[in-house]
Design a protein around this ligand. Structure first.
Ligand SMILES: Nc1ncnc2c1ncn2[C@@H]1O[C@H](COP(=O)(O)OP(=O)(O)OP(=O)(O)O)[C@@H](O)[C@H]1O
Length: 261
């Protein structure tokens, strides 16, 4: 796929290096605006590394990363401006334990806007309502279940109305019911708020039903890019090994098999 006005994220010939190792090479990826894209791959395949390139935390050794047509900047001031347009749900929530759910959601609004506090209060109510948790506004993170805490973190990631949401392993530590709630919430918010969503995960079977685009990374490159239906039908041995969760096959279990930069 090539880059058009309908493109939210575009990576062209990107090489990502950690330490002295090339973790991902020749990454070409187009995420259409409005889509829910799953970035799938086994542990150690480079999912977090790819995410770091999207948020500007990791500068590519070669190639281009663009969000909404603009190259991800390197200067910290420009990066800060770009990140306001990027909602990131981090692994493990990152909620501040000494603040209530409502105060956690208010935090980005207090930090990045000059809005008066009654407007911030109203926005916090709206965001908590969007994740079905208006009643939890005054509860502390320790008073929330894992699934509720994840939803508060999601409301906080939505606080500044970013057009692009990135979810880093959103199901970690959640039971199947809470996982189902989170996945359908991600899909519903994407549709109702007109977002673009990228879900970085190894929870393939829970994620595919809510996606319209899937990418699999393994052995340092993209080994699949297409629809979830095409993924399920794929004959590629790498893809089949990953979907089947088999220990033996062409995916190198030991990541040191990857090339030195
Ligand atoms: N600072 C670093 N120096 C050298 N190698 C690194 C560094 N950070 C990560 N790596 C290596 O890069 C590879 C990809 O790591 P990454 O965390 O991106 O994978 P992942 O797919 O997100 O894994 P997981 O699902 O387990 O979180 C791994 O082999 C890891 O050991």
């Amino acid at each position: 796929m090539t880059q058009t006005a309908e493109t939210a994220v575009h990576l062209d010939a990107v090489r990502l290096v950690r330490g002295n190792r090339t973790v991902l090479d020749d990454i070409r990826l187009t995420v259409p605006t409005g889509s829910v894209t799953a970035v799938l791959g086994p542990s150690g395949s480079g999912k977090s590394t790819l995410l770091a390139a999207l948020t500007g935390e990791l500068v590519p050794a070669t190639g281009d990363v663009r969000l909404f047509g603009e190259k991800v900047p390197q200067s910290s001031r420009e990066l800060l401006a770009m990140r306001k347009r990027l909602g990131v749900l981090l692994q493990g929530n990152g909620l501040l334990t000494d603040l209530t759910a409502g105060e956690n959601v208010a935090l980005p609004l207090r930090t990045h806007t000059d809005l008066p506090s009654d407007v911030i209060d109203a926005l916090v109510e709206m965001k908590l309502h969007a994740v079905g948790l208006r009643a939890a506004k005054d509860l502390y993170p320790r008073e929330l279940s894992g699934g509720m805490a994840r939803r508060v973190a999601l409301a906080r990631a939505l606080a500044l109305d970013p057009p692009l949401m990135i979810y880093d392993e959103p199901l970690t530590g959640l039971d199947p019911i809470a996982s189902g709630v989170i996945m359908s919430l991600i899909a519903r918010l994407n549709k109702t708020l007109g977002l673009t969503s990228i879900i970085v995960t190894h929870h393939v079977h829970e994620t595919l039903p809510v996606c319209d685009h899937a990418v699999v990374i393994a052995n340092g490159r993209i080994v699949f890019d297409g629809t979830p239906e095409e993924l399920e039908r794929s004959d590629d041995p790498l893809v089949k090994q990953f979907l089947g969760g088999e220990p033996d096959g062409p995916i190198a279990f030991d990541s040191s098999a990857r090339s030195a930069a």
